[in-house]
Design a protein around this ligand. Structure first.
Ligand code: GDG
Length: 536
């Protein structure tokens, strides 16, 4: 395979920030829409903060997944935005201030790029708004870290979807995955960040992301004792009870790793309280719940909630591109039928099997909807190298086929299942739903619940699980459901589809108001202000 990724990357990496700046600049006038006006004013506040507090400093972002996915094409290397909410959110930081982003090389091309630049951990990209470099573990180390621990153990445990009769099981292979995968790759991240930052004249500020990199803050602290370090956990953080499923050495390493940071961010207050309880119970550390403080080795570590969000202006711009407009028209289907949309990775925590079972029950309990409504499920297949995720996909495909067998007629297909990764088509579907169902068992936030109301053009209704972090901000403006209650979801579907147009419009406006109170710019600003401002 040709290793020309570095050459093509340069323009692109610089291009991300430029494109964002141009896009916002073009709409800089005073937007009349309250949601866009709120986003713009929060962005300006963040820019002013960065100008005041980041002069002479450099932001170092570390996350498992980088901002782009690279594919080899006949004409060279093609890059597209990486999947997931984390990438979108971090891309926003890069659009207001220069950052250096360190990610794991997930493909042969990225590993190649790292090597081509002089071995593991070399920088790629030119000075500009965003520089990108890769940590390059061996394929074996990466699988052990990513599949063996991060996805097969931590994700399932933190979302409480592990089957405790068999998961997690710390046999010799899991211990090997921990030591030679998770610990090793976390060390590589820390070593690379520390070495690059040491060579840089600017004072480093480290922003470490998510459950893949829990050990990095402590390892960085050893090398940069006075640097500001923040960690943000994008997924749920359950109470101590759940963490008891991990061997003591593992859970101690995770907590001590995180406590190397000055600021530990979570999606909501519930996760902060659970984290503080873990510090008390497993490390016997003194904490102050009201202030979100843990005292550790003479340091005062803050644990705070920073609910993540979206950039409504950028999302609406995307929704108005010709590609998305064309796809929206296709989804609209001439308005013949009401559309229930489900958009999520095929992940056990997203509860897709129960959602489909509830739709089946809905068709049985409310026969008048047969032939008048369809469920469109746009589901990017996720983490298929892990057995639990493969089983989840197989199970939901089966549930889908059962619905088709039971209810399909020559002129009506009740479920459309699209197992695809296609962000523009996902955004197009969000513009056209009558009902959006987000039914996660547990979810740090769930950005789809915020993206939907932002771009929807049909005054669509939102049905939201009480297990999703987004419920904290949106519960007053949507129909809440218990993710385990199929009958409750079926009833909520009927109510939502029958809702009066005035109620639909009110709910959408209320959802947009809540989203505008706290956009992606406020998420970034809140963390930087708490980390860097003296009174944080
Ligand atoms: C984790 C936490 C937290 C949808 N289809 C495609 C695609 N999407 C976009 C969505 C949305 C993102 O991917 C998914 O974000 P979510 O928040 O819904 O869920 P997770 O991936 O589980 O994200 C979550 C988030 O981190 C941020 O902190 O909210 O709780 O679990 O933006 O529109 N993106 C691409 N192709 C698709 O087909 N590229």
């Amino acid at each position: 395979m040709a290793c020309g990724v570095a050459v093509n990357l340069e323009g692109l990496v610089v291009g991300w920030g430029v494109a964002m700046k141009q896009h916002v600049g073009a709409r800089c006038g005073a937007p009349s829409d309250p949601l866009e006006a709120a986003a713009l004013s929060q962005r300006r506040a963040l820019e002013a903060f960065c100008a005041r507090h980041l002069a002479g400093r450099r932001l170092w972002l570390a996350s498992n997944r980088g901002p782009y996915e690279f594919q080899a094409r006949a004409c060279g290397v093609q890059a597209s935005k990486g999947v997931g909410g984390l990438v979108t959110a971090l891309g926003a930081i890069a659009s207001v201030t220069p950052v250096h982003w360190v990610a794991a090389a997930m493909t042969q091309l990225e590993a190649c790029a790292a090597q081509e630049q002089g071995g593991v951990g070399a920088a790629v990209g030119q000075p500009g708004p965003m520089q990108l470099s890769f940590v390059s573990p061996t394929a074996e180390q990466y699988d052990r870290y990513y599949d063996g621990i991060a996805n097969a153990v931590l994700w399932l445990l933190q979302h409480r979807v592990a089957h405790h009769t068999t998961e997690p099981t710390f046999d010799a292979a899991t211990w090997q995955a921990w030591r030679e995968g998770y610990v090793a790759v976390n060390r590589q991240f820390a070593a690379q960040l520390a070495a690059f930052a040491a060579r840089d004249r600017a004072e480093p500020v480290f922003l470490v992301q998510d459950y893949h990199l829990y050990l990095v803050p402590h390892l960085l602290r050893e090398r940069h004792p006075t640097a500001p370090i923040a960690h943000f956990t994008h997924i749920d953080w359950p109470p101590p009870e759940a963490w008891r499923a991990l061997p003591e050495a593992v859970r101690r390493a995770i907590l001590q790793g995180l406590l190397g940071a000055d600021l530990i961010g979570f999606q909501g207050r519930r996760q902060v309280a659970n984290f503080l309880a873990c510090c008390e119970e497993f490390l016997q550390l003194p904490t102050k719940h009201g202030d979100g403080i843990v005292h550790v080795a003479g340091r005062r570590v803050r644990a705070r909630a920073f609910p993540i969000s979206i950039d409504p202006v950028a999302l609406r711009s995307l929704a108005h591109t010709p590609e998305v407009t064309r796809a929206s028209q296709a989804w609209a289907d001439g308005g013949r039928m009401q559309t229930i949309a489900v958009i999520a990775r095929t992940d056990p925590s997203k509860n897709l099997w129960r959602t489909l079972r509830a739709f089946d029950h809905f068709l049985e309990a409310y026969p008048s909807w047969r032939g008048r409504v369809r469920l469109v499920a746009l589901l990017p297949a996720s983490r298929q190298s892990c057995p639990a995720y493969r089983a989840c996909l197989a199970q939901l495909e089966e549930a889908c086929e059962a619905i088709q067998r039971r209810w399909r007629t020559p002129s009506w297909q009740p479920v459309e299942l699209h197992l695809e990764h296609d962000y523009p088509r996902a955004v197009a579907l969000l513009t056209q739903y009558d009902v959006l169902v987000v039914n996660s068992i547990s979810d740090g936030m769930n950005l789809v619940a915020k993206e939907g109301p932002t771009v929807n053009q049909r005054a669509g209704q939102l049905i939201l699980s009480e297990g999703a972090g987004a419920a904290e901000e949106l519960r007053h403006a949507c129909r809440m459901v218990n993710p385990f209650d199929l009958v409750g979801l079926a009833d909520a579907l009927d109510e939502a589809l029958r809702a009066h147009p005035a109620e639909r419009r009110w709910a959408l406006a209320a959802q947009r108001h809540a989203i505008g109170a706290h956009t992606i710019w406020a998420w970034v600003h809140g963390q930087l202000a708490t980390l860097l401002a003296e009174d944080g």
